[in-house]
Design a binder for this molecule. Structure first.
Ligand code: ADP
Length: 345
């Protein structure tokens, strides 16, 4: 038996019982009831008339009040909802409540996820800021305590404090950038430009840091003609810089970083940044683009990054509606590649 049938059956049963009892009581009160009159035809007629009247009035009030109560409940539950039909049908109402309950459960689980994400994010941020803040504070206090007059250490301490402040600055700048991309404040402004040329410019900028580890920067693409893409020049410069910087940071001495730009489809190119450095184990792949995620917590931080480099890269590529891929062999090297739209001309 469905819920609807059950409710109907129960209400019919109880209303008949209540009507009979009410009729009998009324007849007793009005002095029409006696043992002899039970078998009287007139009494039977009166009883049936009374029963119909009580049942009709009862049914009307029950329906009226029940309808209003159910409507009130329905209104209350779906008040802030844009459901257009408010029902007093029990089965519909129950299914609507279930649907509503499922939606709320989903919302609560999403809110919990966001809350966890927020908590992790603040924890990570505090952790990242703590070390450079503590370093700069302690070196400056040591200088103020008298080390400023010690010619042997004063410059060294100032340099260390300066480096720590520099690192703080880098973290805040990266955070600012990522927030702007995420909030849509920093919009993607696409223009046509030569990605080949852009890569060469970035190589020039990173030449010194690459030479410190004797890492060779190589640009290779099918033929040496310009490759015009349609993208946000400044942001793609940021993507390439972050990837090349990482290939140097996590690259081996005397290693190579190679950029290969190839046609992928009629309308897309793929840019590959390959190094023969430390490599990354596969288990880290799906978390690599999270903010502050590091493969080797101590080693990576020593390399000096903000922990936001790849998160920024992913945000920029996503904002372009393009894809980023990673392939890596631990101990052999890594390849980060991303797609871009070719310019129409
Ligand atoms: P970080 O500021 O620590 O470099 P990123 O977001 O740029 O932060 O990178 C996240 C982590 O991914 C790094 O800490 C490093 O462990 C790993 N990683 C990134 N690029 C490479 C690479 N080319 N080779 C090896 N490991 C890499």
């Amino acid at each position: 038996m469905s819920i609807r049938q059950k409710i109907r059956f129960q209400s019919l049963f109880y209303s008949i019982i209540i009507s009979i009892v009410t009729c009998l009581l009324a007849l007793v009160v009005f002095g029409e009831f006696s043992i002899d009159s039970i078998f009287n035809f007139n009494f039977f007629l009166l009883f049936i008339l009374c029963l119909i009247m009580v049942y009709a009035i009862g049914a009307f009030f029950v329906k009226f009040f029940l309808y209003n109560s159910v409507k009130l409940i329905s209104d209350q539950i779906f008040k802030s909802d844009d459901r257009s039909t408010i029902t007093t049908n029990m089965e519909d109402l129950l299914s609507q409540i279930k649907e509503y309950d499922d939606e709320r459960k989903f919302e609560i689980s999403e809110m919990k996820k966001q809350e966890n994400f927020r908590r992790d994010f603040i924890g990570n941020l505090a952790h990242e800021l703590k070390t450079p803040l503590f370093t700069s504070e302690s070196y400056i206090l040591t200088l103020l305590d008298g080390a400023i007059n010690d010619q042997e250490v004063n410059k060294k301490y100032l340099k260390i404090a300066g480096k720590a402040i520099n690192r703080l600055n880098m973290i805040v700048k990266d955070l600012d950038l990522i927030t702007k991309i995420e909030s849509g404040e920093s919009e993607i402004e696409k223009t046509d430009f030569d990605i080949n040329n852009l890569t060469q410019n970035i190589f020039e900028m990173l030449e010194i840091s690459a030479s410190k580890k004797n890492i060779k920067l190589i640009l290779d693409h099918d033929d040496n003609l310009p490759i015009n893409v349609n993208a946000d020049n400044e942001k793609i410069q940021q993507v390439l810089t972050n990837l090349i910087e990482n290939s140097i940071k996590y690259g081996k001495e005397n290693g190579t970083t190679e950029i290969v730009i190839q046609d992928l489809t009629e309308s897309k190119v793929i840019v590959r940044v390959t190094d023969n450095g430390l490599g990354i184990e596969e288990k880290h792949f799906n978390r690599l683009f999270e903010r502050f995620y590091r493969v080797d917590q101590s080693g990576s931080r020593n390399a000096g990054g903000s922990g936001l480099g790849l998160a920024i890269v992913k945000h920029i590529i996503d904002a372009h509606d393009e894809k980023i891929y990673i392939e890596s062999d631990f101990g052999v090297g890594s390849e980060f590649s991303f797609t871009l739209e070719k310019s129409a001309i």
